[in-house]
Design a protein around this ligand. Structure first.
Ligand code: NAD
Length: 325
């Protein structure tokens, strides 16, 4: 198999590392910053090309790791070159862009897979099975939180360039709740704010503009839900809580946090009271890209990843439109 990775920044590097761990795949890299592509290629002993050269290669798929404002253009270019696409989250920055991508994928008869990697974490897979088997009964309230540092690149704090808390952080948890509970509806941006207007990036103090803290309320599969995300949490924080008619579920990708199912009444292998599970460290890039390569090999790529991401783009357009501020 041959995969072309475009964008050799922080995440592109993690993808290349994951492919190398997975083995049995040739990886080529490109970046608009040629020195960046060369540095990554030298480190891994692989080939660096210009972006145009990459598109002219015989590839099984193009893996897009450029800043989010360039996702749409890169996806369209890769599709028109006849390639399947793996694209980092978010798919794109608006519902209009998402519809363009969907049409282009249909026309090219190629698939687009979006990198919502939390779906691959064992704790969240366990949460999904627990919910699907009714262990906590019928869910009626859900809360999700994702907090991180930010301050990695100026574009991550510039809304026009695809940054800010909604596209950088919250999309992950919105995707996760839609997967766990069902389609998102009735979204409202309850609060949004720029808490830290000055950031230290590459040894400089940078004035930034995009919101770094937001709270959104909505329904997920009819369940009353709330999601808080930010770019102001020094340590990184991630968890989902779901309350149901037979108890509570708490799940997190953090290996120092337990995943806990609390049952009012025992169900199957779950006792009354707290049932603890611990999941060790997981390289989510290896998991999600391993699943992608497997699907490419078996010719089992489907349109669901793209269609669900298009729906998420529609939901985000609606909450940004609902912003009364
Ligand atoms: N899955 C996750 O948990 C996760 C985490 C962080 C970032 N991301 C996503 O990954 C993507 C990349 O983020 P990052 O942190 O690696 O950013 P980054 O700024 O570190 O890297 C982006 C790279 O793309 C290159 N680039 C910029 N514009 C380009 C263009 N038009 N054509 C070719 N190359 C171009 C830059 O030179 C840079 O090397 C973003 O969409 C981001 O939202 C995902």
């Amino acid at each position: 198999m041959r995969i072309g990775v475009v964008g050799c920044g922080r995440i592109g590097t993690r993808h290349v590392d994951a492919y190398r761990q997975l083995g049995d795949v040739d990886v080529l890299v490109a970046d608009e910053d040629e020195a960046q592509a060369k540095a990554v290629a030298e480190r891994w002993g692989i080939e660096a090309l210009t972006p145009d050269e990459l598109l002219n290669q015989d590839l099984d798929a193009v893996d897009i790791c450029v800043p989010s404002a360039f996702h749409k253009d890169w996806i369209l270019r890769a599709l028109s070159a006849g390639r399947h696409v793996f694209c980092e989250k978010p798919l794109c920055l608006s519902y209009g862009e998402a519809l363009e991508i969907r049409s282009a994928a249909e026309e090219a008869s190629r698939h687009v897979t979006v990198g919502y990697l939390y779906r691959h974490h064992p704790a969240f897979r366990f949460a999904k099975e627990t919910l699907d088997h009714g262990i906590v009964g019928d869910p009626y309230v859900a809360m999700a939180r994702l907090g991180g540092r930010g301050s990695h690149r100026p574009w991550k704090h510039d809304r026009q360039r695809g940054g800010g808390v909604i596209f950088e952080m919250m999309v992950h948890m919105l995707d996760l709740l839609s997967w766990l509970l069902g389609p998102l509806t009735e979204g409202e941006l309850a609060h949004h704010e720029l808490v830290l207007p000055q950031r230290h990036i590459d040894d400089e103090v940078v004035d930034v503009t995009a919101d770094d803290f937001a709270v959104v309320t909505f329904r997920a599969g009819g369940v009353r839900a709330l999601c808080q995300s930010d770019l102001v949490t020094p340590s990184f924080m991630n968890h989902v809580e779901i309350q149901g008619t037979n108890g509570s579920l708490l799940a997190s990708i953090l290996d120092f946090m337990p995943t806990v199912v609390y049952c009012n009444e025992p169900r199957v292998l779950f006792d009354r009271g707290h049932n603890f599970r611990q999941f060790g460290p997981t390289n989510l890039f290896v998991k999600e890209l391993g699943a992608f390569l497997e699907a490419v090999r078996a010719e089992e790529l489907t349109e669901w990843s793209l269609l669900e991401s298009v729906e998420l783009a529609r939901f985000i357009d609606a909450i940004l439109g609902s912003d009364a501020h």
